[in-house]
Design a protein around this ligand. Structure first.
Ligand code: V47
Ligand code: SF4
Length: 390
């Protein structure tokens, strides 16, 4: 193994050997990686795993985010997006307004990501109509919609089981659940940051049900608020245990994990020490190393910034999410990134790191691209990249 001396000097040679052999890391290993004085050594281990799984590929998707409402009964302490019913700034989209946004997207989306607040009045019939209408007009787009928290909310409003709601939505065209709403599973932190939200057990149960019904799902972790390192590692361990169960039953399980760095503006949570860039990269790398059974790690440029998302591609991440077009949840909390990126900007970001862009669909199946760059020497200069990101 390369770098044996370096890992030995840092006291993580045994972890490096485990990573090299494809063995599962323990929670204690995770603590030691957080304590390791050299973040680039942790990054190198994560990059080794990422390269073993995906080679030189870095993925992106032509997608469109739609937020159908910001009215929400949950009032999570970290959320800058939510409004109470009847209060200024609250909105609900009609099905036609949602379709109009999709029609105005610069490219026909391959993935439509629809999420919203837990609205007290919107019915399951509205969501079924939304899905069938989008699928009718955009048959090539996979519908990745509604977090487990929204599914639990629809079930409570309709007096149905969460499995029953998932079955109805699947029949209307739902293909995937996005990963939101997981936040931090540890109960004492969860009670402080989102007391009204589904519990960890509910969130995990709903994803398990979705997997059983043949829906793929994503998963997330919101970090950099009130949680400690142990809470992050506990969160990752719970995700990988559910994934073990789903994979053992022959299901697709979680497709992708998205680490979400907390955006601090307009939030009731005041953090003493906001995350540094290095904290973010270390956490992304440790997520890659701990989640040995989840195929993809997303560097979500909206929350990370474009430059940090590029760096994350060398700290374990293999995906940049997508064109997005319009984003509200992160931007209302102070995200400094632009609203959307063009396909050529995403490709240039990837080539700029010496990696090969692969356009994918929602489930990470590659979409053939006759004009894809063949090697890193096709990368545009940094000046070209700046121009594309404007
Ligand atoms: O569940 C809310 C988070 C999530 C803040 O599945 C915040 O492909 C940071 O889950 N700072 C929604 N994060 C976003 C999400 C997502 C995004 C992109 C792709 C996918 C996917 C999923 O945003 C929420 C919550 O965890 N969030 N407020 C904040 N201030
Ligand atoms: Fe509502 Fe989601 Fe915001 Fe929580 S994070 S208040 S559930 S919109």
């Amino acid at each position: 193994m390369r770098d044996e001396h370096r890992f030995a000097d840092l006291g993580i040679l045994d972890i490096a050997h485990k990573v090299h052999a494809g063995e599962r890391l323990s929670i204690d290993d995770g603590h030691r990686l957080y304590a390791c004085p050299d973040v680039t050594a942790v990054g190198a281990l994560a990059h080794m795993v990422r390269t073993r799984m995906h080679g030189n590929a870095a993925y992106y998707v032509v997608n469109r985010h739609i937020n159908y409402t910001n009215v929400c009964v949950n009032g999570c302490a970290f959320c800058a997006y939510q409004r109470e019913k009847g209060h200024e700034g609250g909105f609900e989209l009609t099905v036609d307004q949602a379709l109009e946004r999709l029609r105005n997207a610069p490219l026909p989306p391959r993935e439509v990501h629809i999420v919203g607040g837990c609205h007290p009045d919107l019915t399951l019939a509205y969501f079924e109509e939304l899905l069938t209408s989008v699928k009718r007009e955009f048959p090539d787009a996979a519908l990745k919609c509604f977090t487990a928290v929204e599914i639990a909310h629809f079930a409570a409003l309709e007096g149905l089981s969460t499995r029953g709601v998932l079955e109805r939505l699947k029949a209307a065209g739902l293909e995937m659940l996005p990963g939101g709403g997981a936040e931090i599973f540890e109960p004492s932190v969860r009670t402080r940051i989102c007391p009204k939200k589904s519990t960890a057990e509910e969130w995990l149960r709903i994803h398990g049900e979705a997997h059983e019904l043949g829906l793929a799902t994503n998963c997330t972790m919101l970090f950099g608020h009130l949680e400690g390192i142990g809470d992050r590692l506990d969160h990752l361990d719970r995700l990988r245990r559910l994934q073990d169960q789903s994979l053992a039953k022959g299901e697709e399980g979680f497709t992708c994990f998205i680490p979400l760095p907390f955006q601090t503006e307009n939030s009731a949570i005041k953090v003493r020490q906001p995350l540094t860039g290095t904290d973010e990269l270390r956490t992304i790398a440790i997520c890659r190393l701990m989640l040995d059974n989840i195929p993809h790690i997303k560097a979500y440029w909206v929350m990370l910034t474009v430059k940090q998302a590029q760096a994350a591609l060398f700290f374990g991440a293999d995906d940049l999410d997508g064109t997005v077009v319009e984003e509200k949840i992160g931007h209302m909390a102070g995200a400094q990134s632009q609203q959307g990126l063009s396909k050529s900007a995403l490709e240039a970001m990837i080539r700029g790191m010496g990696l090969e862009p692969v356009e994918r669909d929602a489930r990470f199946r590659p979409i053939s691209q006759p004009h894809a760059a063949k090697c890193w020497t096709d990368a545009p200069s940094p000046a070209t990249l700046d121009g594309l990101l404007d």
